[in-house]
Ligand binder design. Structure first.
Ligand code: NAP
Length: 757
């Protein structure tokens, strides 16, 4: 389309047709707009409302000379309408429609439009109102709504492009689909719910005492049946014209309803809770997708209200932190992410019900949780970190009905590859765009050596998701020397080893996190550890347990540093995991002079935990021992903040891995430090930071860009404790993924932090 259309003919000037006329008119997209219709009254109203320049009861006359024809009559009237306009259509005219069913309309166009059929672009605006008719026309109806186009192989792509641009210009988002796919998806998501609403109200209304029933009907009834107020004629057409897809959707639903009924009849709590918890999560996902925001965001929002109408852009909060202050009291930071994943996995495979507390409700661990629901495991929660997993035993997982979606979680995908390699069913593992670029062969290869049928997607030899696993392959134990140190590869092989015949042994070239083997022990599964090797035998049993997931030391690190640098602070961090592969941050802070005591050491599900007490102390700059670098790799951003407050220089080398984390953490931190007046020199593998020393403000106020990196954002929030002015940190949305509730917790113990949306 250049500047606009010369003449647009709308056939059927009701809600859908009238709204397009109004939208085109409001944007000056057509020199003239006319309508063709049945009743003179509608056309007169169209003229009076200023929607059209002329109205014709003779449809053939209406379309003469039009370069765009939009047909918006009921679906059952489409064939007659096409037959009426075909003889007078201009040679290059583009014809499109707004019908709610596509297969039947395409068939009608093929039969009636003759030579013009290749210029027919089938469409369906997903927008509407309970009112119909020309008086309900609304120029804004399509703004921020979707329009589905279903071109066929015969459709002229140039015509599709014109129609796409037209809808985009009136504010809609355009998607394309195959016509049969459109009709199936709409049958399931729109036609079936309407059918149910009509049917429920009618069924109850036919009862003798229906007036009484409706008098006492509560909000749930009103919400569920709202769409039974829709236009019966239009819906008659939809059910008739999309008959096959509506029948298939109804049968699918009838089977689900029968299962639900049977569960109620049998008092089968597992089946009831399973259905409803899966539905809860699926709805939260659906709302998140519609709001185009994160799953966790909607999940928390949903627990506050029963519905969400948010359709805007995702919120990207700004942290605004006032200078000074001190920290006191207790701060229980969220559970460890690695352990949250494993708690769900092993709880699902255990015999009995596992109760988990302290589960991290971040997107990644929630992806694991959802996957096990898809594999037939009943999981209640999470509610404030509490989860109850109704374990199905090592051999109780069920075949999923569709691909297992892992979102952005590499841990979920790699560990599940191992666990699913030994199942009797086939499955496919998929992820979001970023996970779909990450290599999976380093897990797939050793699993194949065990006898598994695992294939990755080639994408230039990188072996990426989707990963496909063929079930029913007997696995045998292996003795595997890992070429690279990776906790995920080690864990995947050990999980496959649970299903393998004989002994599985993994030897690592350098120490990696050992949460899987520790938690297996916590679930009563025998695991032998001998130096760099871990060994287990297949065919054992996991026993359900109570698990209080230790608080994540990586999250605790922000508070360890904050209380150390803010004079007069004393903070207790209860139940923090102190797995020796993770405690580098405590060692480094102590070398700098921090006052951290480890109290009440104990075991939680095989993991060492303790309460950490930290008091403010004068810090001094150090050369960080390279041996400690891998043990504190995620904590360096906040350690840099500690370094800026210490007396003298702190020097870090051997940390090139920091450059390939969620951001180039060395450069992004250096930029932030410089913006706040700190002197820093960047090396390829590290940094030197000049500290301000005790008693001085270490930072000026200023603006920080976290580049979407949650740890950068939280680190600079803590810097405000020793700043001379306000610090504003942009791009903080991702904090919720790793540390839900960070801002509230930090503010509660004394940080002067406010969140601007
Ligand atoms: P509407 O407001 O009732 O308008 C229908 C229009 O079609 C009226 O102008 C009417 O003319 C004309 N019409 C009705 N029966 C006809 C017949 N047998 N022959 C010729 N013209 C006839 O309906 P609408 O909501 O705009 O729906 C129009 C189309 O859009 C339908 O195909 C529907 O499936 C689709 N759609 C509707 C919605 C929605 O939510 N409403 C959403 C998406 C798509 P008179 O005024 O002269 O009676």
């Amino acid at each position: 389309m250049s500047d606009g259309f010369r003449k647009v003919a709308i056939i059927g000037l009701g809600l859908i047709g009238g709204s397009l006329a109004a939208a085109l008119r409001a944007r000056g997209m057509a020199d003239s707009i006319v309508a063709g219709g049945r009743s003179a009254r509608t056309l007169e109203r169209g003229l009076a409302l200023g929607l059209i320049d002329a109205g014709y009861q003779n449809l053939a006359e209406a379309v003469e000379g039009a370069d765009l024809v939009f047909v918006a009559v009921p679906v059952s009237a489409m064939a007659d309408t096409f037959a009426a306009i075909a003889p007078t259509l201009a040679p290059g005219a583009i014809i499109t429609d707004g019908g709610s069913v596509k297969g039947a309309v395409i068939e009608a166009a093929r039969a009636q439009l003759g030579a013009h059929r290749s210029r027919f672009v089938p469409g369906h605006p997903i927008a509407g109102k309970e009112k119909s008719g020309v008086d309900a026309a609304d120029a804004a109806l399509y703004e921020r709504h979707r329009v589905i186009l279903t071109p066929t192989p015969d459709t002229d792509p140039a015509a599709t492009l014109v129609v796409r641009q037209m809808w985009t210009r009136v504010g809609a988002e355009v998607l394309t689909m195959r016509p049969d796919e459109h009709d199936r998806v709409l049958a399931e998501t729109s036609h079936l719910p309407h059918l149910l609403a009509f049917s429920l109200v009618d069924t109850l209304a036919r009862q003798g005492d229906s007036t009484e029933i409706f008098r006492y009907a509560a909000g749930g009834f009103r919400d569920f049946t709202r769409i039974a107020s829709s236009d019966p004629v239009m819906w008659h057409d939809i059910f008739t014209e999309n008959r096959e897809a509506v029948l298939a959707a109804t049968d699918l639903f009838a089977a689900g309803l029968a299962r639900f009924r049977a569960a109620v009849a049998a008092g089968d709590s597992d089946a009831l809770l399973g259905t409803m918890t899966r539905a809860n999560t699926a709805r939260a996902r659906f709302l998140a997708m519609n709001a185009r925001t994160s799953y966790t965001h909607i999940h928390t929002e949903q627990s506050m209200s029963t519905d969400s109408h948010s359709t805007g852009a995702p919120a990207n909060p700004v942290f605004v932190v006032q200078p000074g202050g001190q920290l006191s009291g207790q701060a229980r930071v969220p559970g460890d992410k690695s352990m949250s994943h494993r708690a769900i996995m092993l709880g699902a495979l255990a015999e009995g019900v596992t109760e988990v507390e302290g589960f991290l409700e971040g997107e990644d661990a929630l992806a694991t949780l959802q996957t096990f629901r898809d594999l037939g495991v009943v999981i209640e929660g999470p509610h404030a970190g509490r989860v109850r997993i109704h374990g199905v035993g090592l051999h109780g997982l069920q075949a999923p009905s569709r691909s297992l979606y892992m979102g952005n979680s590499g841990t979920s995908m790699r560990l599940l590859m191992g666990l699913l390699a030994g199942q009797p069913f086939d499955c496919e593992l998929t992820g979001d765009a970023s996970l779909s670029k990450r290599p999976m062969e380093r897990v797939a290869q050793p699993l194949r050596d065990m006898g598994a049928a695992v294939s990755t997607t080639d994408s230039g030899g990188k072996g990426t998701p989707p990963v496909r696993i063929r079930g029913g392959k007997p696995l045998k134990g292996i003795d595997y020397n890992m070429p690279v140190a990776s906790a995920q590869v080690k864990s995947a092989i050990l999980l496959a080893g649970l299903y393998a015949q004989g002994e599985t042994r993994v030897t690592e070239p350098a120490p990696t996190r050992d949460h899987t083997e520790r938690m297996l022990t916590g679930f009563g599964y025998p695991v032998q550890r001998d130096g760099a090797s871990v060994t287990l035998n297949g065919g054992g049993t996991l026993r359900a347990c109570q698990l209080d997931v230790p608080a994540d030391i990586s999250s605790a690190a922000f508070f360890l540093v904050a209380a150390s640098i803010a004079p007069g602070s004393e903070l207790l961090l209860p139940h923090v995991g102190i797995n020796p592969t993770r405690t580098g941050v405590i060692d480094i802070l102590r070398l700098m002079g921090a006052d951290i005591t480890v109290e009440n050491e104990r075991d939680a599900g095989g993991e060492p935990v303790a309460d950490l007490r930290v008091k403010s102390a004068p810090l001094k700059g150090i050369v960080i021992p390279e041996a400690l670098v891998p043990l504190a790799i995620d904590e360096f951003p906040v350690l840099f903040v500690a370094a800026a407050c210490a007396e003298g220089d702190t020097i870090l080398h051997g940390a090139e891995e920091l450059r390939v984390k969620e951001s180039d953490r060395i450069q992004v931190m250096a930029d932030g430090l410089l913006a706040l007046g700190v002197e820093a020199e960047v090396y390829p593998d590290g940094i030197r930071i000049r500290g301000a020393g005790q008693g001085n403000a270490a930072f000026t106020g200023g603006e920080i860009h976290s580049h979407g990196d949650h740890r950068i954002a939280m680190s600079f929030a803590m810097a405000a404790l020793r700043a001379s002015g306000e610090i504003r940190i942009h791009d903080c949305a991702n904090v919720a993924t790793s540390f839900p509730g960070f801002a509230e917790l930090a503010a509660r113990v004394g940080l002067q932090l406010a969140v601007q949306q």
